[in-house]
Every structure is written in structure tokens, then in C-alpha cells.
Design a protein around this ligand. Structure first.
Ligand code: AP5
Length: 230
């Protein structure tokens, strides 16, 4: 059974369609709370780049816009959030994405006596997703996302954090984006009611500017903190 966690331990899940702004908000929340950022997509992309067994297995699913099979991601992510640096909390992005993943996360948390603080749904319609993803550029080193129009880097083509090169992601081609959206609606969106029924879902209007979305998330977290103190 899920119940809101004590606020000292901030176990946050960023949820929403591809291109909703999960990575963008994660960068800001990391600055706010100094929590480890666990992004399934980044972990899988790093494995792909290294050419590891996992990366090779994941590549064909990712490049086609499909989900990597649960058996490849569940233990990987649960082991990661059980590590020492995640004991005070974490920002989880891109997991869970299927009902079995959500059930596995719930079972792991129950075993560990930990609880999800909130599932932050960043809500954005499909048309906006397509326009955002077409302008997205990401750092080859930090993975930090930018947008050529709405969130450009200070120096064109270079990451603000370390000056690394910005590139377009392999799965950001229009036909793959369409597939990713279809997969989101069929496999992942049902988790909205799953977490809503458990009192964990908090909706954020993701169509606003990155700063407004960030302010809204901070307000949501402040409210949770107040509720906890009552
Ligand atoms: P993943 O890397 O998780 O991709 P995703 O969920 O599709 O999300 P994105 O990274 O595309 O978008 P985002 O919401 O982070 O948006 P961003 O902040 O960049 O997964 C990739 C693949 O890995 C999957 O397809 C699957 O194959 C595999 N995978 C991952 N997890 C898995 C799992 N659990 N199980 C199985 N397979 C898994 O923003 C997008 C753009 O919009 C940027 O250019 C940004 O600058 C701009 N932007 C952001 N916010 C705003 C705003 N408010 N206004 C205007 N522009 C904005």
C-alpha cells in the first residue's frame, strides 16, 4: 500500500509523455534538492554508447521507439535506487513505464520500508511533444536537454554545464517520435490512474514555460511539506 513519504526523504517520480520536459525539470530539481537523478533513458543510452550487453540488447528497441523489455530494466533501476546515495531520496525519470514496472517498484519500496513522495505528471498534448522534440538538442556528455528556440544554450551548439557538443538524439526522428507517443498512450498512460488511485499523483501543466513548470512543481512539493507538518 502506497502512502505519502515523510518529506525529509524526497522520492520523486517525473512522469509524462516523451518530450514533456521531464529531463528539463529534473535538472532544475537537482539544483534545488541536490538529489541523485536516475533517468532510465540516460542509463540505457550510456549502455548503448559503451556497447555493453545491455546496450546492445536495448538499442534495437530504443531506435524503433519501443520499450526495452521489463526484464532488462526493472532490476537495473531498483538496484540503482537502493544505492547509498539514494537513501535521502532521488529523482526518477522514465521509470516506471509499464504496470509490471510499477508493481516491481511498489514491492521493492514495501520491502525497504520506503515510500514514493509524489508522482509528478507533466502534462503536454501530442502536438506540443512533436514540436518540442524536433527542436531538442542534448549534450553528448551530460545529457542535458536544450531547445533551439525555447531553451537555447548560452553558446550555440555547446552545453552550458561543460561546453560539450549538442546533438540530436537517434530516437528524435519524426517517425520514431510518433511510435514513442503511441507506446506512451498504450503502455504508460494507464499508470496515471494507478498512481492517482494511490493518492500519489500530482498534475502539472507542462505547456507553460520551463520556469513556470518548475515554480508549479516547487509549489506542489511545498504543499506536500505543509501537509506533512499538520
Ligand atoms: P527517455 O530518454 O526516458 O525518453 P522519453 O520519456 O521519451 O522522454 P524524453 O527524454 O524524450 O523527454 P523529456 O520529457 O525528458 O523532455 P525534455 O526535458 O528533454 O526514453 C528513451 C527510450 O528509452 C524509450 O523510448 C525506451 O525505448 C527506453 N526506455 C526508457 N525508460 C524505459 C523503461 N522504464 N522501460 C522500457 N524502456 C525504457 O524536453 C523536450 C524538449 O522540449 C527539449 O528540447 C526542451 O528544451 C523543451 N522543453 C522542455 N520543457 C519545455 C517547456 N516547458 N516549454 C517549451 N519547451 C520545453
Amino acid at each position: 500500500m502506497y502512502v505519502s513519504t515523510p518529506v525529509r526523504e524526497l522520492n520523486l517520480i517525473l512522469f509524462g509523455p516523451p518530450g514533456a520536459g521531464k529531463g528539463t525539470q529534473a535538472a532544475r530539481l537537482q539544483d534545488d534538492f541536490r538529489l541523485p537523478y536516475v533517468a532510465t533513458g540516460d542509463i540505457l543510452r550510456a549502455a548503448k554508447q559503451e556497447g555493453s550487453e545491455l546496450g546492445l540488447a536495448a538499442k534495437r528497441y530504443m531506435d524503433a521507439g519501443e520499450l526495452v523489455p521489463d526484464e532488462l530494466v526493472v532490476d537495473l533501476i531498483i538496484d540503482r535506487i537502493e544505492q547509498e546515495d539514494c537513501q535521502d531520496g532521488f529523482i526518477l525519470d522514465g521509470f516506471p513505464r509499464t504496470r509490471p514496472q510499477a508493481d516491481a517498484l511498489g514491492a521493492a519500496f514495501e520491502r525497504l520500508g520506503r515510500r514514493i513522495t509524489a508522482v509528478l505528471l507533466i502534462d503536454v498534448p501530442d502536438e506540443e511533444v512533436v514540436s518540442r522534440i524536433s527542436g531538442r538538442r542534448v549534450s553528448v556528455k551530460t545529457g542535458r536537454p536544450y531547445h533551439v528556440e525555447t531553451d537555447p544554450p548560452k553558446h550555440e551548439g555547446r552545453c552550458d554545464i561543460d561546453g560539450s557538443r549538442l546533438v540530436q538524439r537517434d530516437d528524435d526522428r519524426p517517425e520514431v517520435v510518433k511510435k514513442r507517443l503511441d507506446v506512451y498512450h498504450s503502455e504508460t498512460e494507464p499508470l496515471i490512474s494507478y498512481y492517482d488511485e494511490r493518492g500519489l499523483l500530482r498534475r502539472v501543466d507542462g505547456t507553460r514555460s520551463p520556469t513556470e513548470v518548475h515554480d508549479h512543481i516547487r509549489a506542489v512539493l511545498a504543499t506536500l511539506r505543509l501537509e506533512e507538518d499538520l
